[in-house]
Design a protein around this ligand. Sequence first.
Ligand SMILES: Nc1ncnc2c1ncn2[C@@H]1O[C@H](COP(=O)(O)OP(=O)(O)O)[C@@H](O)[C@H]1O
Ligand SMILES: [Mg+2]
Length: 333
Amino acid sequence: MNIAMIYSKGDMSTAFPYDFKGREDNESVEDVKKALISLGHEVVVVPADDCMFETLKKMIGKNNLDLVFNLADDGYNLNTQLEPQIPAMLDLLGIPYTGSDHLCLGNCLNKVRTKHLLLANGLPTPKFKIFNRKTSNKLDISQLKFPLIVKPSREDGSIGIKRDAVVDDQKSLIKKVNDTIEKYNQPALVEEFIEGREVDVGIIGREKLIVLPISEINFTLPTGERNFISYNGKWEEMSIYYLGTTCQCPTRLNVALKKTLKKMAKKAYKLMGVKDYGRIDFRISNDGNIYILEVNPNPDISRDSGLARMARAYKMTYENLIDRIVKTSLDNE
Ligand SMILES: Nc1ncnc2c1ncn2[C@@H]1O[C@H](COP(=O)(O)OP(=O)(O)O)[C@@H](O)[C@H]1O
Ligand SMILES: [Mg+2]
């Protein structure tokens, strides 16, 4: 098949002035390209920029485009808010593509919308409040208990979630909320911080879903640090936070818990309309309550990604995983 791989391209340090370190190398492009070639496909790499629409249109005109592999998860022209518009553009072109559509990406990118949808459908998520404007007044968090975590309401990849994201008092809460609104130009989402385990459930498919073995984040951070995936823990390979944030798949969980997590993950995947591949992130509190943190459509799919690791634990090679995504995206069930 003739496949165009699209990806987000641009100057990271301009697009994400506070969060670009460690994110400059997009390994998924090279990894997926190699896998597609080894599966016998012809691959062209196209940046998701102002030329994308015309380039793809020309390929369609010449009858040499069968599928778009959408890896543009940092958005159009490196604007994450324009990530949902990419599949919408592909719909306009009438070309099949891998992964989720604009509605799913738009809803999942908006963490608050996702939380409302989860709650309306009986799926648990941490208690929260949203703040739209900077203030020097005491914030009304009457329904919530400290510690709280403050994050941008519409970002991904732990962007804006540094060490100071978890707060224990009003003063640091106000500071962090103001800081988030100012730097990220979007409402600040404040959630109860769930102390406990963090696990991810990967799912592949459209109609017929495969739930992959569950992965757990093992935290071995310096004493006194809170266990969560901060920006540094996710991206800065030389930092103590990165070294102290590792993944284990499969992980040990009791049978009932595993069953519940998989059932909830499947329900959330379908609810949000995720297609082909996705990852649902959970926290399990120390007293055993389960919470969905977020639903990730089109998650990282590089060879080293969590999803690829989960697939390996399912005895699926990386090439098999990519092949399956290609096939389900063409099924259109
Ligand atoms: N309510 C919460 N309780 C505990 N940890 C949290 C909570 N919200 C976020 N985190 C931590 O922050 C990380 C990133 O948050 P998340 O909402 O998944 O944002 P992103 O979309 O940037 O990945 C999570 O993987 C988790 O470690
Ligand atoms: Mg996450």
